[in-house]
Design a protein around this ligand. Structure first.
Ligand code: HEC
Length: 150
């Protein structure tokens, strides 16, 4: 093999190594940028529809009152905002811990649709509530990355 080919081969191989390293650093399928949830206008609009069809029958309007007594209110007066986005997302997909009534939405709503419905819920919160919950979500993400549970 001529030295020219060796050089080309080395160049290609090092490119591959860099690509693999970059992939590893960004965490594979990388949902690290998914939380806290980005509240884009289209997401919030799609989420409003999803909420009306899938959640309001028990939870009532986001800011209350609830329809089903056991269902928590998702508004400023409730405690949904005490939880980080990553957990809320997981709970809607697979039910909150110890849930008895709340259904799992995995297979009913897509991953993105759950982000949308949460974006809508978050968009109804007072600015100071949004800020505090956003901070909590960021702190939680920092812990997830530190613990290597991602
Ligand atoms: C059949 C009634 C019902 C429906 C439909 C329902 N929930 Fe719930 N949800 C509950 C109940 C009741 C709880 C409290 C836990 C329990 O006892 O199951 C709960 C708990 C929760 C919690 C955790 C507590 C909190 O406030 O943080 C979240 C988040 C939540 N629901 C979001 C949703 C979203 C989003 C939807 C729609 C995609 C939805 N729920 C649809 C009844 C329901």
């Amino acid at each position: 093999m001529g030295s020219k080919y060796v050089r080309v081969w080395l160049l290609a191989a090092s490119g591959l190594v860099i690509a693999v390293l970059l992939g590893a650093c960004s965490g594979g399928d990388s949902d690290s940028s998914k939380f806290p949830i980005d509240l884009t206008g289209s997401r919030v609009a799609a989420g409003e529809e999803i909420y009306a069809q899938n959640c309001a029958s028990c939870h009532g309007p986001v800011q209350g009152p609830v329809v089903l007594a056991a269902a928590p209110v998702h508004g400023d007066a409730g405690h949904t905002w005490h939880h980080p986005d990553r957990l809320l997302h997981q709970w809607v997909l697979d039910r909150p811990p110890l849930a008895t009534v709340m259904p799992a939405f995995r297979g009913v709503l897509s991953d993105e649709q759950v982000l949308e419905v949460l974006a809508y819920i978050k968009s109804t919160w007072l600015p100071e509530v949004q800020e505090r919950q956003d901070l909590g979500s960021r702190q939680y993400e920092a812990q997830v990355i530190e613990d290597g549970t991602e």
